[in-house]
Design a protein around this ligand. Sequence first.
Ligand SMILES: [Fe+2]
Ligand SMILES: [Fe+2]
Length: 260
Amino acid sequence: MGTLGEHGFAALIERAGDSILFDTGGGLTLLPNAQRMNLDLRRVGQVVLSHGHYDHTGGLWPLLQNCGPKRVLAHPGLFARRYAIREGVSRSIGIPFSEEFLAGQGASFSYSDAFREVAPGIFLTGEVPRLSAFEAGDDGLFCDSTGCRSDSVPDDQSLVLVTRKGLLLVLGCCHAGVINTVALARQRTGVDRLYGVIGGCHLGFSSEAQLEGTVGALKSHGVKKICAGHCTGFAASARLAREFPGFRPAHVGYTIEFEE
Ligand SMILES: [Fe+2]
Ligand SMILES: [Fe+2]
């Protein structure tokens, strides 16, 4: 199809006249890929940011420049400083723009850390309680460049779509943990059935125990579809593909249609 890849995640959710952009990629590919896929991002009514990492927020400026002012839903911690330290190398991985700059470019921010409805039957989780014993997360993320304070990415949130088949979750990186996120979604919507999970599961940077626990819990929830990509990681994706017949890789340019 000719779409371009970069490290990042973005998903356009179109449902019953609502057009919601969930994350914006790293900034290089959002606009060319939308054009290539015949998607008009000027029609996007709301932008939802899953968390403040650059690979989910970097496309916000080009979006505003080319597609006009947007309402942007985010957690109040969006602009926190963030670093990754891997193999001794520290790098800044936060949102690459200031709040003032983005506001001047047409972003109207709506901040909340609470569970909220963003469109009929579409919810944003807000901050996700970290309750499961095995979802320890990524130990390479820090709030400072020297690695003194680890970063659990408390602002991480996901979208929850209520469908006739059950809950459908759209994840950015899901630093909060897939199973923690499923638990909150079930509790807050009152819908027990988990239909599907789409997006980044961040299992590529987590322990083997987290992968094992996640596979087991997803099975016990009876999940029907898993469309994993981004930071899910190759090995974890291969494992999910082996364990779940409904697995599909969520690669760039992929369109998923869900019957209502
Ligand atoms: Fe990411
Ligand atoms: Fe992330």
